[in-house]
Design a protein around this ligand. Structure first.
Ligand code: T5A
Ligand code: NA
Length: 206
């Protein structure tokens, strides 16, 4: 059996890092092999490209918007073959953000949608996209909100609109405005059947 590629998306503070960790643990508890160090997060801040992105996000440097978009994409391409290899080895890969975030944040800042999509074309395609839905008001009440560049209501509302445009019928939309355990149960209920189906499908999409 191959691994499944599972992507978590959502606006800032919707609980992606918390739930990708919980979900990875739940997969392991169910006897499903997961890639080492899973979940893998984007931006992956410690790679050379990731360090430049991190400096931008924490307001330590300025970059042209288009350069920044390409760096976020390059940061995913740095990991693309590792993702494919893991899936082929039968390991499931859980991602905390992916190309949808790349497009949503750049388009929200005014870059053209078609241009933004190009840079990520050809990356391994997810089998499952779990979208954690949380209103900007509820997000603002969570710990540390506002410490990074995009954490303001105007930006988050714009990003949510682009995510809505990108959403397909295959996305699993989960209401993330509940306690951690309740949100995890919602995710497991909706994602587990799709994960099982993906693992029994030989083809890895791109
Ligand atoms: N970005 C990213 C782009 O512009 N382009 C790209 O291509 C990519 C990949 C950083 C920024 O980069 C942008 C998007 C972002 O603005 P990031 O590193 O993913 O991206 O951002 P982080 O700050 O690490 O993560 P988020 O702000 O998105 O938060 P999460 O991961 O959604 O939320 P999490 O799990 O860290 O939880 C936030 C807080 O809420 C608590 C947690 O304990 C934590 O304190 N919490 C809950 N509280 C109450 N109820 C619950 N159910 C809770 N679940 C978690
Ligand atoms: Na996060």
């Amino acid at each position: 059996m191959r691994g499944a590629l599972i992507v978590f998306e959502g606006t800032d503070r919707s609980g992606k890092s918390t739930q990708t960790r919980n979900f990875t643990n739940a997969l392991q508890a169910a006897g499903i092999a997961v890639a080492e160090h899973s979940p893998w997060s984007f931006p992956h801040r410690t790679s050379p490209v990731g360090q430049v992105i991190n400096a931008y996000l924490t307001n330590k440097t300025h970059l042209h918007e288009r350069a920044l978009h390409l760096l976020f994409s390059a940061n995913r391409w740095e990991k693309a073959s590792q993702i494919r290899q893991a899936l082929r080895r039968g390991e499931t890969v859980v991602l905390d953000r992916y190309a949808y975030s790349g497009i949503a944040y750049s388009v929200a800042k005014g870059l053209p949608l078609t241009w933004c999509k190009c840079a990520d074309e050809g990356l391994p395609a997810p089998d499952v996209v779990v979208f954690l839905h949380l209103s900007p008001e509820a997000a603002a009440k969570r710990a540390d909100y506002g410490s990074e560049r995009y954490e303001n209501k105007h930006m988050q509302t714009a990003v949510a609109k682009v995510f809505e445009q990108l959403r397909t019928e295959q996305w699993l939309v989960v209401d993330a405005d509940a306690d951690e355990a309740t949100v995890l149960n919602r995710i497991l209920d909706s994602a587990m059947p799709t994960v099982a189906k993906a693992r029994s499908t030989p083809h890895i999409a791109s």
